[in-house]
Design a protein around this ligand. Sequence first.
Ligand SMILES: Nc1nc2c(ncn2[C@@H]2O[C@H](COP(=O)(O)OP(=O)(O)OP(=O)(O)O)[C@@H](O)[C@H]2O)c(=O)[nH]1
Length: 442
Amino acid sequence: MTPGRGLGGGPGSSDDDAIPVTVLSGSLGAGKTTLVNHLLSNAGERDIAVLVNDVGAVNVDYDLLSSDDLPAVGVAELSNGCICCELRDDLERAVVQLADGKEFDHLVVEPSGISEPGPVARQFINGPAAARYRMDAVVTVLDTPQFLDAFAGEGTPERRGAPTDAAGDETADEAARPLSDLLVEQVEDADVVLLNKADLCDEAALAEAEDLVRALRPGVETVRTEHSAAPLERVLDVDLYEHRDDPDGDTVGADAGSDDQHTHDDHGDHDHDDRHGHGEGHDGHDHAHPDEVYGVTSFVYRERRPFHPERLAAVLRDLPASVVRSKGTLHVAGSDQRLNYSQAGPSVRVEAVGPWVDAMSEADQELYRANRGDGADWHDEWGDRHTELVVIGVDLDETAVRARLDDCLCTDAELEDGTGVDPAEWLPERTDEEEAAVVSLA
Ligand SMILES: Nc1nc2c(ncn2[C@@H]2O[C@H](COP(=O)(O)OP(=O)(O)OP(=O)(O)O)[C@@H](O)[C@H]2O)c(=O)[nH]1
């Protein structure tokens, strides 16, 4: 059993000054960053610090969260790895540094969508971070329609596991596991589950999703949300992590509670290898990382040349199913707007978030630079205009996806003569400075 705060004698902090930690969880594109934005925008008296960990080499979530409009007291980023595995030491360092550097009263950790939340949470129970922090809750954000697609009609959702051969043994391709296994895991490890994207579900679907969630995690708190807009008191300072009932009915620390269910070892670490059939436990650091286990890969697409609006819209509406998630910044011909792009499964959103600096008047550019410093990445021809996309998928054909995006770039002739297309036909225009404009492409 892993002792947590208040369980007597454990390494977890018992200091009332310990900073509560909310570990978020949820599939790629479920709405975690939307939740962090919501928490920051409605923080009131709370001073919230955020730690973000993204899948790709570029931390899009960090960029979104570092916006000057959001009152995060501190934002730290860890990219291109998994904070439950290879970036574990980095996480410890980052959270201790955060605690040293700033005054804040709550830490929200947003691991990547392919992280298992249990091992991340346990780093605040064991290890150096435990002296400064205490786990408040694991909050899992569900893309409810996706969750229903994966499990509706099943009694209790189950892990499907690695492919097996005729004899029922795991095949050589044991590393490949369906992402639905991770969904099960993320619900099982949750203290609070947000049934997000409720706007895309009817009442019966939401009720079914609640039943499925409770089958996986009896007694878990559930909250139906649209755009992750949960009441803050249901998510922060809930102190649910340590008062989870274990399957035998004893009220004990969450780690102890889930030991029985999840084959945790004596150190409270989540032995996700055993579950995945990969041998070594988590503490050994030599387990398979979630990206390997679930066959998830990613790449970053960078370009200065603008996209042709119509060709790009056609490609984004028809991405191959292997692209699970893509997001980032788009530079589209004919628009002076910096466009945030976000695709999760079948849904594609483009949001205008304000003009490129390059599109501003000289005077505004100077003012902008005086306030925010010189843009480090200024291009002679394109200024700050650029495309930077993270593309995440399973069995992803990077070359093919890159080629499709390349085909959308404007030709020299189109740059010279214009595209002949009114971008307003599909691009959002931001008219009100306060409000971002959004279009859904699919
Ligand atoms: N229709 C609908 N869209 C939503 C809702 N919540 C979030 N979205 C959209 O879903 C997309 C993904 O949301 P994010 O908050 O970036 O998801 P995430 O979980 O942080 O994604 P990763 O960090 O990549 O795993 C964005 O385009 C959101 O605007 C919702 O309740 N309804």
